[in-house]
Design a protein around this ligand. Structure first.
Ligand code: B12
Ligand code: SF4
Length: 492
């Protein structure tokens, strides 16, 4: 053990849009897996390590700063999604006011795409780690402690005379099996308070895992900067061992794989299925998949191995828009994949997007028809957001950093509108698409059945309905005709 303390922070951020408070009862409460890996590495290197999960622990930025001031660690490591940058900067500012010598290091998806601009802009962030952190963070800490030349540490951003300087990228980690297991034991109240969205698992407790990193595709709305294009994977044996560990150590019953491309290799996926079946692990799990990677024989085996739900990035019912997004999939292929999944007895969750450049009244209509045709159990609709790091960001904003939009970049706000649409119009269509799916009799009865099967779901569902009714009434009283948003200006 060395004398240094490091506290990792997942900062608070607005998960939802104004007027949608009730949604928090059904949203995902997953911890930052990235911080769990980094905490495990730091602990192995002898650092005293802890984690603050601000939202899940219900802490605002001032409360997080207070905890950090009480702890007074040598280092603070903050993970940054674009949506969390401002609040993280506020935490860093308050901490630095009290203890200017605490070293604040940031990393995460936002830094992998916009690190240099962010470090230059926010003075309280001392260093940044770009892309994967497991090898670079210890190298940075050693260099700081030994007063080495920081230019020799690849994959970081540091400051010289207040000018941010980025060193060449560090190599990606090839052998995922060499990493320690994420430090779930450092999470406050794990696993009980880390539940995903209400209907995303049959039975808790739940944990998230990755079986691979990286994605070679370039869908224009997607930010793949952290892990890059090369897919690297755990061996199926290690994935199995990790699942078994979670079950034995914490009683985890359901795993959510959050890889970009869980089915990148069918051989690996089938090998994992065989291990799960042969060893009767008896856990359920869910994953994401591209529609062009599923086949009936693989789906059948996945079902036998406990696969409960697959999330597909279906995006829209318009082939023209899919083409504009540079998605390889087409509507017909998506339909086939969801049908095969349903035939195999696995639930499908469709991930859709509204307001992508080129969206028209016609494409919205195609999406409404499409969602009603598909045998999905759940659909998520996000409001198109040009995230830094996505190819579309550069097309829309060029090299501008557009920081005033960052706090709204959670998929629940329209920060950019396609030609011919006001935000209010898009918000109305947003509700219409969701309602055209969820108001179907077959879907409502599925949800009633699921709620009756799991009392935990029933409690959260009641909170959601109660909140929804209050929000809807208040929206009517304010003259917004039931549109659940307080932010009706057109933001361009
Ligand atoms: C699981 C997941 C979630 C989960 C959990 C989020 C969480 N707190 O980690 C949930 C469902 C809650 C979620 C929500 C959102 N997500 Co999300 N999510 C993912 C997903 C699929 C995997 C993340 C993951 O666990 N990766 C594995 C771990 C090991 O990697 P990691 O966390 O990035 O950490 C590594 C490095 O980034 C770095 N690092 C990270 N933090 C730090 C800190 C320090 C100090 C250092 C040194 C290094 C470092 O080192 C880590 C280890 O190598 C990614 C896609 C992807 N491929 O990453 C999208 C992704 C991160 N999500 C994204 C977005 C936009 C969101 C939302 C904002 C909106 C939305 N529509 O979903 C919301 C809400 C924001 C939030 N913070 O919760 C974008 C982020 C883009 C951006 N620039 O902000 C991504 C990249 C998707 C995409 N391709 O566009 N998400
Ligand atoms: S949407 Fe999926 S397939 Fe497309 S680039 Fe992102 S992670 Fe890869």
């Amino acid at each position: 053990m060395n004398n240094h303390k490091i506290v990792f922070v997942n900062p608070p951020y607005e998960r939802i849009a104004a007027g949608y408070d009730f949604v928090k009862h059904i949203t995902n409460k997953s911890p930052s897996l990235g911080l769990l890996y980094l905490a495990a590495i730091a602990r192995d290197k002898g650092y005293q390590t802890s984690i603050i999960e601000s939202d899940i622990e219900n802490l605002n930025s001032h409360q997080v700063a207070e905890c950090l001031i009480t702890e007074n660690p040598t280092y603070i490591g903050i993970t940054l999604f674009t949506v969390g940058v401002w609040q993280a900067a506020e935490i860093a500012r308050i901490v630095k006011q009290q203890y200017p010598n605490i070293i604040i290091i940031v990393g995460g998806p936002h830094i992998s795409s916009m690190g240099l601009e962010t470090i230059q802009r926010f003075k309280a962030f001392d260093y940044a780690v770009v892309n994967e952190g497991e090898a670079v963070l210890p190298a940075l800490l050693t260099a700081i402690e030994q007063n080495d030349n920081l230019d020799t540490v690849n994959g970081i951003i540091h400051k010289v005379n207040n000018i941010a300087i980025q060193t060449p990228p560090a190599p990606t980690i090839n052998d995922l099996d060499s990493l320690p297991f994420p430090a779930w034991d450092l999470l406050p109240n794990f696993p009980n308070t880390y539940l995903p969205a209400i209907y995303d698992y049959p039975q808790g407790p739940v944990a998230t895992m990755v079986a691979s990193r990286g994605c070679p595709f370039l869908c224009k709305f997607c930010d793949t900067s952290t892990f890059g294009a090369r897919v690297r994977a755990y061996t199926p044996q290690t994935v199995f061992q990790m699942m078994k560990y979670l079950k034995q150590q914490y009683g985890i019953k359901h795993i959510q794989f959050v890889d970009d491309l869980f089915l990148a290799s069918k051989v690996r996926a089938l090998e994992l299925c065989d291990l799960l079946i042969d060893n009767k692990l008896n856990m359920t799990w869910s994953c994401t998949a591209r529609v062009d990677t599923v086949k009936p024989n693989v789906l059948k085996r996945m079902k036998q191995a406990g696969c409960w739900e697959i999330s597909f990035g279906l995006e829209t019912g318009s082939n023209e828009l899919l083409q504009k997004m540079e998605k390889a999939a087409r509507v017909e292929l998506s339909e086939q994949a969801v049908n095969w999944t349903s035939d195999a007895g696995i639930r499908s969750k469709g991930l859709f997007m509204l307001g992508y450049p080129g969206e028209t009244i016609e494409s919205i209509k195609l999406t409404k028809d499409f969602v009603r045709r598909l045998p999905m159990t759940t659909m998520n609709l996000s409001k198109f957001t040009p995230y830094p790091g996505s190819p579309i960001y550069k097309e829309i904003y060029g090299t501008n950093i557009k920081e005033e939009h960052w706090e709204k970049m959670n998929g629940m706000n329209f920060v950019w509108n396609p030609e011919g649409f006001s935000t209010q119009q898009l918000d109305r269509e947003y509700q219409n698409i969701l309602l055209s799916f969820y108001k179907q009799h077959k879907i409502m009865s599925k949800y009633v059945t699921m709620s009756l099967q799991h009392p935990q779901h029933l409690i959260r569902l009641s909170c959601f309905i109660w909140g929804y009714l209050i929000a809807k009434t208040s929206s009517h009283l304010k003259g917004a005709k039931g549109i659940l948003t307080e932010n009706t200006e057109t933001t361009l």
